[in-house]
Ligand binder design. Structure first.
Ligand code: BES
Ligand code: MN
Ligand code: MN
Length: 461
């Protein structure tokens, strides 16, 4: 029988062409105008599962975008079951004029594919579809059971996925979840992510006078909501980078000495980091390193800010309204709803009587940490080493995949975060790209993982 790795090498050009077809579908989940495209992406990927001869392939409609499911249970009930999660929706490509190629016309440059969704997450989820094809085509069967759950609403906070999981616990029963939707520590430096941050996303809307005013006629006598907004935002953090919302840190566990030591062992080059971002200095909470600040500590950032005149030239106006979107990244034990309430209370208290305040809560989610001694993680580590020729590092990441905590809570299983992206892939930004070398290495890693997993199952499981 043909060897799996050579099958992957021989078929990689076709795999890449298929991925391009997937990337051409503008499955932007947040935009109603793309609803049909999200459906089309669901159909594309469900067809691919069918062509693997997976059973029970379904496109489950939801109130929003559909959930795609498919299963291979022929390995038998004495073998582990892996639930592969991924998302086929993408972020909007805006601002489109900053792209060097149209965002939905995949373009190869320097062995990377440039397209919206290439790294987040179509390219990464397609890795598993092709790894399974490769094992099936060369061995005739899979040594483990595999289920796919692929959603079209990750980028809008997965509003319909949690209820789906709750309603389909039996269907989704598994021993572990496998997710490729994170980044490697660095180029050619594979890593397994064992922690993700949570998220609380708020919007502040301030209203002052009942209409925009002439800033000469009224300025100095009437409150300006834009000024108030700046004062409020300035009070969210102090000069040491500490978040000032009362109670915000109550549930944050300090970093243990051993974890600090783990962090210091990671090969991080701060001057490269600064150079890559074009910044003179890094900035964050006092007493922590850049890596700790960006993954193990909570943070607060203004994500959007508006008020007054934005057009060309100058307009002397005292705006009637001002607003901001503020998100907070959370660490384990911080509850996103509690943090939302603390934010609400604090901002309401800070706002003077001269303005009215409206505070809106957007989607959020829990942080997660995973025990790296879990046998699935050990199998994944072997697979990375087999393909990349080096042991993967273990690191925490600052981004959020809230469903990881929900899988833990509802199905009682841990996730293996087997990421093949890079922080420099520009996900959510113009010119998002994904290394085709890592696309192929990812397929090999996933295939090898399927092949070695069973041997890691502990006796008493
Ligand atoms: N794949 C990302 C999350 C991610 C990115 C994890 C980089 C680790 C490293 C995911 O698609 C995403 O963008 N998540 C959102 C949160 C979600 C609730 C909208 C995020 O992190 O902002
Ligand atoms: Mn993603
Ligand atoms: Mn994303």
């Amino acid at each position: 029988m043909a060897d799996v790795m050579s099958y992957i090498d021989e078929n990689k050009n076709r795999f890449i062409e298929e991925l391009f077809e997937f990337l051409r579908i503008p499955s932007i989940s947040t935009d109603d105008e793309n609803k049909k495209d999200v459906q089309k992406a669901a159909e594309f990927i469900s067809e691919k599962l069918k062509s693997l001869n997976f059973d029970n392939v379904q496109i489950h409609p939801t109130k929003g975008h559909p959930i795609v499911y498919g299963e291979y249970l022929k390995a038998g009930s004495d073998k582990p079951t892996v639930l592969i999660y991924g998302h086929y929706d993408v972020q909007p490509p805006d601002p489109v004029d900053l792209w060097d190629n149209p965002p939905f016309e995949p373009t190869i440059k320097d062995e990377k594919v440039y397209a919206r969704g290439s790294a987040d997450d179509k390219g990464q989820l397609y890795i598993h579809v092709k790894s399974i094809e490769s094992v099936l085509k060369t061995k005739g069967e899979l040594p483990v059971n595999v289920k796919f759950i692929l959603e079209g609403e990750e980028e809008i906070g997965s509003p319909n996925l949690v209820p789906f999981i709750e309603d389909h616990k039996k269907l989704l029963a598994c021993d572990m979840v496998l997710i490729s939707d994170t980044a490697m520590f660095a180029k050619d430096t594979p890593s397994i992510t064992y922690g993700l941050r949570g998220l609380t996303y708020m919007e502040i809307r301030l209203t002052g006078p009942n209409r925009d005013l002439h800033s000469g006629v009224y300025g100095g006598a009437v409150e300006n909501p834009a000024n108030v907004l700046c004062e409020i935002i300035a009070k969210l953090k102090d000069e040491k980078g500490r978040i000032q919302i009362p109670g915000f840190y109550d549930k944050v566990k300090p970093l243990s000495e051993s974890e600090k030591e783990e962090y210091s062992r990671l090969p991080f080059d701060e001057s490269e980091y600064k150079k890559d971002l074009g910044i003179a200095e890094v900035k964050g909470e006092e007493g922590y390193t850049t890596l700790q600040r960006a993954s193990a500590r909570p943070s607060l950032d203004v994500n959007g800010l508006w008020s007054g005149y934005q057009g060309q030239g100058a307009k002397t106006v005292l705006p009637a309204k001002a607003g901001a979107k503020v998100s907070m990244r959370l660490v384990p034990d911080q509850d996103p709803n509690e943090i939302a309430q603390l934010f609400r209370d604090y901002v309401t208290k800070l706002a003077p009587k001269t303005v009215t305040v409206e505070i809106v809560e957007h989607h959020g989610g829990h942080a997660s940490v995973i025990d790296i001694n879990f046998y699935g993680i050990q199998a994944a580590a072997e697979a990375f080493e087999y393909v990349y020729g080096q042991k993967p590092l273990f690191s925490r990441e600052g981004g959020s995949i809230p469903i990881v905590a929900d899988f833990q809570k509802i199905l009682g299983v841990d996730s293996i975060l087997m990421g093949f992206g890079l922080d420099s892939d520009s996900i959510h930004s113009p010119n998002e790209h994904f290394s085709l070398i890592d696309f192929v290495r990812g397929i090999k890693t996933s295939a090898h993982f399927m092949e070695v997993l069973d041997k890691y199952v502990p006796e008493n499981v």
